[in-house]
Design a protein around this ligand. Structure first.
Ligand SMILES: Nc1ncnc2c1ncn2[C@@H]1O[C@H](COP(=O)(O)O)[C@@H](O)[C@H]1OP(=O)(O)O
Ligand SMILES: [Mg+2]
Length: 379
């Protein structure tokens, strides 16, 4: 059975339909689900390992974060030692595990690091990466600075709709990371242009629901690893490695009772517009603003039911900003072919009024609305 829930569209098409996840097919029967899920077992184990190691590296850096860790990129977004370290680590692990079939589309490259004055920062990244590999103990290697730069640059694949490609955002939500808030290591696998596997490591996300009253209790542990393989459901486990549980999306169907997520950063999503949409939907609760694809993880376990993402004009979403998060949510949503919730009907009306905006995901009670237009390549 073809699982064609995620459609990527070439940006070269004149009028590309937006990347969307609505009208999803039902999940495969339990027997075929097992077969589909099992065919990515090795990939899932490697992805979980890579993302967990990267998360540990990031946690270490975030603790010791200094302003001097911040560089600037052309797009002015902050880049940290952890960002590069995370990419080097994930790239290295995946290449070790899949030496004959390795293609990685990742956000960073080593260009800035190779410039004059970059040596010190490269040495710090290299030390962090080597420390992480030593603690893990699976690979008996010590990487040189050049090895680390090469590992970062091995993420320069163009991707595509043929074959397998890993897709990585080494730190999604760099602003949240720098603020000491939410961020995620987001790793997905594309096979034939479709997302078949996703892992989201969210080092600062509480293990209990964001809607729980006790979320700020000092006893509330943080650090979640969400993972999903197509046809196999979504699971969450603590980043410390204890056992995984299957998660379930929110059962709330009435938007008046739903909480909705949006970006923490007003520069990333138009808060005024989402507030208007929420108001029209009848949502009563204030927005829950968190950074990164941690929002998708939180949605997959029912912390909220609606995600509104409305980037400002001109911003182009990248494949690594949604691939892992989307499968984590879609695998956990109950299936229903026909949109029927009150919220989706209202959104349907509103999407016609907001030109260029589409809700991309509708399964039973979950709604995600974004303007994302993605292709399976880095462009
Ligand atoms: N101007 C922008 N508009 C929308 N999203 C942006 C913008 N700049 C960066 N991003 C990306 O938005 C995502 C975070 O979204 P959110 O605000 O929902 O947390 C990240 O992928 C972030 O990139 P990065 O991965 O470099 O952090
Ligand atoms: Mg990102």
């Amino acid at each position: 059975m073809s699982i064609n829930w995620l459609r990527f569209v070439s940006p070269s098409l004149k009028k590309p339909p937006l990347f969307h996840l609505c009208h999803l097919p039902p999940p495969p029967s339990s027997s075929s689900a097992v077969i589909v899920a099992m065919s990515y077992d090795k990939e899932l184990a490697a992805a979980k390992k890579a993302a967990s190691l990267a998360a540990r590296l990031c946690q270490k850096v975030q603790k010791a974060l200094l302003q001097s860790d911040v560089q600037s990129k052309n797009d002015k977004s902050p880049v940290t030692v952890a960002d590069y370290g995370s990419q080097a680590l994930v790239s290295f692990v995946l290449q070790q595990e899949f030496p004959d079939n390795f293609s990685l589309v990742a956000e960073e490259d080593s260009k800035d690091l190779r410039k004059d004055g970059g040596q010190e920062i490269v040495e710090r990244i290299t030390k962090l990466v080597n420390d992480s590999l030593t603690i893990d103990g699976s690979y008996n290697v010590t990487l040189s600075t050049e090895d680390v730069l090469k590992a970062i640059d091995n993420g320069r694949s163009e991707g595509g709709s043929q074959g397998r490609h890993w897709v990585l955002d080494p730190i999604d939500g760099t602003k949240g990371f720098l603020r000491g808030d939410q961020y995620a290591i987001a790793l997905a696998l594309l096979d034939g242009g479709k997302v078949v596997l996703g892992v989201l490591a969210c080092p600062n996300l509480p293990l209990t629901s964001l809607s729980d009253a006790g979320q700020h209790s000092p006893n509330n542990k943080v650090g979640c690893l969400f993972f999903a393989v197509v046809g196999g459901g979504t699971y969450m486990q603590p980043l410390d490695g204890s056992s995984a549980v299957k998660v379930q999306v929110s059962a709330v169907e009435n938007p008046e009772e739903a909480s909705f997520f949006e970006s923490y950063e007003a520069a990333h999503s138009m808060h005024d517009l989402s507030s208007l949409i929420a108001q029209k939907l009848g949502v009563k609760a204030p927005p829950v603003r968190i950074d990164s694809q941690a929002k998708y993880g939180a949605l997959s376990r029912g912390d909220g039911a609606i995600y509104l993402r409305l980037p400002h004009k001109g911003y182009r979403e990248k494949i690594w900003d949604h691939a892992a998060g989307c499968i984590v949510v879609s695998e956990r949503a109950k299936c229903k072919r026909t949109p029927s919730t009150r919220a989706s009907m209202k959104l349907g009306v509103w999407s016609q009024m907001l030109q260029g905006s589409h809700w991309i995901f509708q399964r039973e009670s979950i709604l995600i609305w974004t303007q994302a237009s993605l292709s399976p390549t880095r462009s």
